[in-house]
Design a protein around this ligand. Structure first.
Ligand code: ZN
Length: 180
């Protein structure tokens, strides 16, 4: 079963951001939660053990290191390192009613963390290549810090959601009101 998680495909990239946010929150990312997240984004139906979950969280921490940088040279170097160690196996796949698109497949014996790193490295690499910059980031709103994929075409995105952008704008507006 091919994974719909690679290519310059925001869907796969949103999976990476959501995983980063889940791991960053850190409260309770056990096998069941990770499995649900992977499957909801079209990943393989893993039967994750506690040790798989730990390794997935460690792998996600490496991806967070990339999502946290806006330095495209450093990001490219980190992605290349991952691609060296966890080569992806991209293939063009045509899903029913859809155009051809590039997907990766997990080797049948691939550990879940290896699958994640190879898939994510390819997706982030294609995205960096297409956008020519680190089109992702960490929300600048105080107290948020969630990671996001910047799919906008204009100025770089600073906040994870319009909700955070509005919250910051309202706070800034209030701060400029004369004291009563
Ligand atoms: Zn935010």
């Amino acid at each position: 079963m091919p994974e719909d998680l690679s290519g310059a495909n925001p869907r796969g990239l949103h999976f990476i951001a959501e995983l980063a946010n889940a791991v960053q929150d850190g409260t309770r990312v056990g096998p069941a939660d990770l499995q649900e997240l992977v499957e909801r984004h079209g990943g393989p139906p893993f039967a994750l053990t506690d040790s798989d979950a730990r390794q997935l969280c460690e792998a996600t921490a490496r991806l967070i290191g990339i999502l946290a940088t806006q330095d495209e040279d450093r990001a490219a170097e980190a992605i290349n390192t991952l691609l060296d160690h966890y080569p992806a196996r991209p293939r063009l796949v045509r899903m029913p009613g859809r155009p051809w698109s590039l997907h990766t497949r997990a080797r049948p014996d691939a550990a879940p963390a290896d699958w994640l790193l190879s898939t994510a490295a390819l997706a982030l690499g294609l995205w960096l290549g297409e956008r020519g910059r680190c089109a992702w980031g960490q929300c600048a709103a105080p107290g948020c810090g969630r990671y996001f994929i910047d799919t906008g075409r204009r100025s770089p995105q600073r906040y994870c959601t319009p909700r955070c952008a509005t919250r910051v704008r309202v706070a800034a507006h209030r701060a400029h009101q004369p004291p009563r």
